[in-house]
Design a protein around this ligand. Structure first.
Ligand code: SF4
Length: 425
């Protein structure tokens, strides 16, 4: 998470997190990473490392498990080029798209000729606190003077996650003449004949949802209100200034591989509700830090630091999904494999197996070598074992189903095995 040095007084938590990171530069958390963190709220390891701003790519390499992860440099360069082009010539092409796709409440019509203003924002990356403040001031100014299109190019927003502030930087936020605030997400994947790769659009929607949450949190803080919406109802719209932040975002992409841009509105209410619920489930960072042993350090610049020991002291929640979402995936996968953990088989299998948390335990239950073979198979046959009256509950139920499946498999294979044996004889 981005506790970027602001040159201001650091809280004790920020000091502790900076101490863990040591002399290494801080890594900031973008909306993509925050969406990935929200997708695995049970992983304490990632939560602490992200909070401390540790470079997980470098840490994975230090632990001997570098993972090819993240966007290719070519894709990043292509994206930056496209964004620069769309914003060139006084944002002309972008404004055309904004006017075409964003409807305005009366008295502003579709053919509005409202003036355009580019907000003056602090852009120096070394001054995050000033950047946040200038974003707020620009939003306040634009809201107080309707009838103008105000563009905030790379504003900086703050969102509190697990008790710790995270800084987020959307590509653009526009304040419409009618006072509505809309997030604009610029991506380099193409919109072909009006449609785009659903996986890429989904990922863009999850990122944009994080920005809208941050925008609403900013609005609520600016107006001194607490958002009154139900965070888990995707269709609830907050009242007050927070309601100004639209729950649709404008996705801008290249049109049909051409140099021209196309745009589409995305409804991000569902990803917002999911992300909010997951972020609320994150344990507060202070509590997670208590699990670290005395002297733990993730200082990648210090040659003697036992980063592996510190990482190992934080509980992970590995699943194969991590391979597409986290730099430490190879390390955590190796760890889970060494422990014989069923997590490597995926969340679905993990959930089905109940308290059978190792592959060895699951195989033993299937073969009956855990001492309950016949009874398990009978339980499975009688309705997958209700587990009634058993202290084992879900674990016994899973064992019964495994044993039953193993018995069925053996039964199905036995004629073939007998035939094969006969043929050999
Ligand atoms: S790879 Fe490891 S640290 Fe990253 S989210 Fe998965 S379990 Fe957590």
């Amino acid at each position: 998470m981005d506790h970027v040095e602001s040159g201001e007084h650091r809280t004790p938590l920020e000091q502790r997190l900076a101490g863990l990171r040591g002399g290494a530069p801080q890594r900031s958390l973008d909306a993509r990473a925050l969406a990935a963190l929200a997708a695995n709220p049970g992983c304490r390891r990632r939560a602490v490392l992200d909070a401390a701003g540790v470079d997980k790519t470098a840490l994975a390499a230090r632990l001997g498990s570098p993972a090819p992860f993240g966007q290719s440099p070519f894709a990043i360069a292509r994206g930056l080029r496209f964004e620069k082009r769309v914003k060139s010539e006084g944002y002309g092409e972008l404004l055309e798209l904004l006017r075409r796709h964003l409807s305005l409440a009366p008295p502003y019509g579709r053919d509005d000729d409202c003036p355009v203003r580019i907000a003056e924002l602090v852009a120096d990356p070394r001054l995050p606190a000033q950047r946040v403040a200038s974003t707020r001031a620009a939003l306040a100014r634009a809201t107080e003077s309707p009838g103008v299109w105000t563009l905030l190019d790379h504003p900086l927003l703050r969102l509190e996650v697990a008790g710790s502030p995270v800084l987020l930087e959307p590509d653009l936020v526009v304040v419409q003449p009618d006072g509505r605030w809309t997030v604009v997400e610029i991506k380099s994947f193409p919109i072909l004949d009006g449609s785009a790769d659903p996986a890429k659009v989904g990922a863009a929607a999850r990122q944009a949802a994080v920005y809208v949450l941050a925008l609403r949190a900013t609005a609520a803080e600016m107006s001194g209100e607490k958002p009154s919406d139900d965070p888990y109802d995707p269709y609830a719209r907050p009242t007050g200034l927070a309601g100004a932040a639209a729950d649709t975002v404008l996705l801008v992409c290249p049109r049909d591989f051409s140099n021209r841009a196309a745009a589409a509105l995305l409804d991000v209410r569902k990803p917002m509700a999911v992300t909010r619920r997951q972020l609320d489930r994150l344990t507060r960072v202070e509590q997670l830090l208590d699990a670290l042993p005395e002297g733990a350090s993730f200082d990648l610049a210090a040659s003697g630091a036992d980063s592996g020991g510190a990482v190992g002291s934080l509980a992970a929640a590995y699943s194969p999904d991590c391979l597409a979402a986290c730099e430490l995936a190879f390390h955590c996968r190796d760890e889970a494999r060494c422990a014989g953990s069923v997590e490597v088989l995926g969340r679905g299998v993990r959930g089905e197996l109940g308290s059978l948390d190792t592959v060895a335990a699951a195989l033993a239950a299937a073969s009956g070598t855990n001492g309950t073979g016949e009874a398990n198979a009978a339980n499975g046959r009688d309705g997958a074992g209700t587990g009634s009256g058993n202290a084992g509950g879900a674990g016994e139920e899973a064992a019964a189903r495994l044993a039953y499946a193993a018995a069925l498999r053996a039964e199905a294979l036995s004629p073939a095995l007998a035939a094969a044996a006969g043929g050999r004889g």
